[in-house]
Ligand binder design. Sequence first.
Ligand SMILES: Nc1ncnc2c1ncn2[C@@H]1O[C@H](COP(=O)(O)OP(=O)(O)OP(=O)(O)O)[C@@H](O)[C@H]1O
Length: 358
Amino acid sequence: MAEIKLENVSKSFGNVKVIEDISLTVGSGELVVFLGPSGSGKSTLLRMIAGLEAITSGTLSINGVRSERLAPGQRGLAMVFQNYALYPHMTVRENMAFGLRNIGISNSDIDVRVAEAARMLEMENLLGRRPAQLSGGQRQRVAIGRAIVKDPTAFLLDEPLSNLDAALRVRTRVELAELHQRMKTTMIYVTHDQTEAMTLADRIVVLNNCRIEQVGTPMEVYLKPASRFVAGFVGSPAMNFLPVDVLSGGQMRLGDGTELETASHPLGPGRFELGVRPEAIRVGGNAGASAQVCEAKVGVVERLGDRTLLYCTLKDGTDVIAQDAGRCNVQPGDMVIISFDTSSVHLFDQEGKAHHLQ
Ligand SMILES: Nc1ncnc2c1ncn2[C@@H]1O[C@H](COP(=O)(O)OP(=O)(O)OP(=O)(O)O)[C@@H](O)[C@H]1O
């Protein structure tokens, strides 16, 4: 198991900065997910840890050993890519053994390691097959097996599930979570899929625009997003953002004129955005004592079985998605009363920084 520490790491391709001053410690045995939109620098950061890209400035330590100048093979890490690139003419067993032959491990040792990895991944019955005789999920398992047999101190996984169809992604995600629980090996996992990040991570590192926006457990990132970006990126459907004016006396007023009841807060007067998640909005019924109430017109009604999403518009034209019960009777075109508790809202200033009211 490895502790991986980045200090003030930056990366430029020519004049273009793609990673700016990132410091981060991945604890031994931890599963950390790098989450961010396309182009945010996730893969570049992972490839620098693997040694596939040079670090422009800053340091990388693996278990306390300065490693930024070590060749990839000397770092003790194993990488699993999105395109698993198995050798088509080799069996599963040979694909898994190949990397070990190259580094001079004895045949008997190789047999033991391959058998152990195959048992762990429940693919003993597949060892004699060639890649063309496997499903996409099974091929990805072989790619993970190829990493496991190297007995690395950490796994680096770059979007390992993105070539799989939706159902297989979910199954393989659960298998990966189980694998991490059993092996307890340090893992860094790159994805742009917030569900993968939420379900797999011990901690999520949210990247945007070459920088870290937030590092936290999935629930910290979800409940206390540090910025508007994180708030909008994590959670599905996304958080609603409503323009709100903070008045000089501290009162808050939504764009549709609704006055919000808030506890005292330290914000100065100005224009903010109020963030409220669809599931924090109640539709109709008893709003509760500290609820904020607005009138909304329902546009589209999406019935998902266990819940219903209502795409609504407030009087000032602001769009809001509210989540209601699966069996709700609301129809498109209905006027509804929506309410939310100020304890469940977030405020974002003009720079996108979050202010939590409690
Ligand atoms: N070899 C390269 N030369 C020049 N620019 C590069 C190179 N590799 C990556 N970049 C740029 O660096 C930025 C970060 O790329 P990176 O692949 O790390 O992003 P990412 O977050 O992993 O995105 P994706 O989810 O699309 O893979 C992008 O703007 C990309 O165009």
